[in-house]
Design a protein. Structure first.
Length: 252
């Protein structure tokens, strides 16, 4: 794949990369890393809107939660494959809650593990992940080489990003999640769904998050969504040199 930088923004000549966010505000933050006027909206099957940006990038606001994320990602990947132009990489991106103090507000996290934190069953002895019930999976690990180059280029800290269906709003739940997942740096709501679809299509996946708020008691006054979206734009502006050194056939 051949990539080039133009005026500090993203351009590509051959890369096919799908970026999946939850909401349009996150998608638009990513789009701001591209030259003006390069994005056009197309409709995928099911009337799913996709922005096509320079060089074959697809920007998709799939919706909130793992189910919509998986459905939208699968739709985009299937449409691209049927068109004979499959994607080489899927990136789940957006803002997230950060576990303190390791992931402060405004920082970036790149997932070295994408884990469904609440997929399982509550029992008298505590939470059991679905894998301990004898079926399914709860975690995907992005390629080490991809995580490494992305972390070096953007300054993002590698660590586990948890996918939850209910955003944490208490100190007790934050502590419980950290006990079960001591390597967790952030929580969001879509990464595992995106990863499930990508893995089903045999496409590498990455999750990149900009921290907008601490994980814990729900305090809207402490949220810095604008700062996190700006950090997301800056991070995607650094994707070109990162991906230039990444070999999509290197699965280490």
């Amino acid at each position: 794949m051949v990539l080039q930088a133009q005026e500090g923004r993203l351009t590509t000549s051959a890369a096919r990369i799908l970026v999946v966010t939850a909401v349009p505000a996150e998608r638009d933050a990513v789009a701001r890393a591209f030259p003006d006027g390069t994005a056009e909206e197309v409709r995928l099957p099911g009337q799913v809107p996709l922005l096509r940006a320079a060089g074959g990038y697809g920007l998709l606001a799939a919706g909130v939660g793992p189910a919509l994320a998986a459905a939208g990602t699968a739709t985009a990947l299937t449409a691209a494959a049927l068109d004979g132009r499959p994607y080489a990489l899927v990136v789940s991106a957006g803002i997230a809650g950060g576990f303190q103090p390791e992931a402060p507000v405004g920082s970036l996290v790149v997932a070295d593990e994408i884990t469904a934190a609440d997929l399982g069953a509550e029992t008298a002895d505590g939470f059991l992940p679905v894998t301990e019930l004898g079926f399914g999976t709860v975690s995907h690990r992005p390629q080490n080489s991809l995580v490494r180059v992305m972390a070096q280029a953007t300054g993002a800290r590698p660590g586990a990003v948890l996918t939850v269906s209910t955003v944490t709003g208490t100190a007790a739940r934050a502590a419980a999640l950290r006990t079960r997942h001591p390597g967790a740096l952030a929580e969001a709501m879509e990464g595992f769904g995106v990863a499930e679809a990508a893995v089903a299509h045999g496409v590498p996946v990455l999750e990149l998050r900009a921290v907008s708020n601490p994980v814990g008691p729900r305090d809207r006054a402490a949220w810095r969504i604008g700062d996190a979206l700006a950090a997301l734009t800056e991070a995607f502006g650094k994707l070109v040199p990162a991906l230039e050194s990444w070999n999509p056939h290197d699965h280490r």
